[in-house]
Write a protein that binds this ligand. Structure first.
Ligand code: NAD
Length: 277
């Protein structure tokens, strides 16, 4: 990778993208860590700076253009033009999630408080998830890719999911939103192909993070039945570690991937290749 690129990472205070930011900083790049949670972004930036890297933590909302514009002004003033954008902010919402994987005939009759079928899904929850994952990828791209047009060695890395290939039960909003992120990755790769900006995506499998810890593990650390199902469906038989995303990220952001655009790379221990039989 060419040294001293300016790399903007959204959702950089989170588990996966803080690891990517630290790894990219170790390669000598200048890292702007954007997150809704300023404390989290600044904490990661401080860690990078203390270990000899160059980073800045900036509060930014990927759903607000004005917030992104002022973040860009701060990035440009501190580190110059943005070369690489990693759209990492994303996540799910309980209001876009059903209680059970399958609808059963008597679910509608015997409903208890808090039990959510497909028919109870709240459009506000669905909209939250589509906005965060899809609009939250599109808007930062509109703002930061303006720096990249016509400049050499620029690229964008989106963060999709296994759900984009085949939806997981219970989370239709998140699955649809990540499918939109994968589709947008291809669309944008084609759209930007004449101006030298490559666009690719990571499709992480299952990583234990704060977002999914209660879905996948019990209080005592043992796996929930959903956690067990995921491990059984993962040929390598384990969750991924955030560091497992680093190699693909470094590659896709480097000159070594200069003819690679529009790909969505599964990093999933074989989950997406396995039929379960
Ligand atoms: P995380 O919750 O640890 O990090 C997400 C970060 O995004 C948080 O720091 C949060 O403050 C920030 N954020 C939320 N809304 C924001 C907004 N409006 N503007 C700016 N920042 C905002 O999650 P993670 O598990 O590290 O996930 C990172 C990415 O990877 C997400 O896009 C997620 O959907 C995706 N992903 C995660 C997994 C997994 O197993 N954890 C699997 C596939 C894909």
């Amino acid at each position: 990778m060419q040294i001293n690129k300016t790399i903007v990472v959204t959702g950089a205070g989170g588990v996966l993208c803080s690891t990517l930011a630290e790894a990219l900083a170790k390669q000598g790049h200048k890292i702007a860590l954007l997150d809704l949670n300023k404390t989290a972004a600044v904490k990661v930036a401080d860690k990078i700076n203390k270990s000899g890297g160059l980073a800045i933590g900036i509060q930014a909302n990927v759903l607000e253009k004005d917030s992104l514009i002022s973040a860009k002004e701060e990035v440009n003033a501190t580190f110059g033009k943005c070369d690489i954008l990693i759209n990492g902010a994303g996540g799910n919402h309980p209001l876009g999630t059903t209680t059970n994987p399958f609808l059963e005939a008597d679910d509608l009759m015997n409903k208890t408080e808090g039990f959510k079928t497909f028919f109870d899904l709240d459009p506000k929850g669905i909209q939250f998830v589509f906005n965060l994952n899809f609009i939250g990828t599109l808007l930062p791209t509109q703002i930061f890719a303006q720096d990249m047009v016509g400049k050499k060695g620029c690229s964008i890395l989106n963060v999709s999911s296994m759900n984009a290939f085949t939806p997981l039960t219970k989370i239709p909003a998140y699955s649809g939103a990540k499918a939109a992120v994968s589709n947008f990755t291809q669309w944008l790769a084609v759209h930007f192909s004449k101006v030298g900006v490559r666009v690719n995506a990571l499709a992480p499998g299952f990583f234990l993070t704060e977002q999914n810890r209660t879905l996948l593990t019990n209080n005592d650390g043992s796996l929930t039945s959903r956690g067990n199902q995921i491990i059984e469906q993962t040929p390598m038989g384990k969750f991924g570690e955030p560091e497992d995303l680093v190699g693909t990220t470094l590659w896709l952001c480097s000159e070594g991937a200069s003819f690679v655009t529009g790909v969505v790379v599964p990093i999933d221990g074989g989950f997406s290749a396995y039929s379960g039989v």
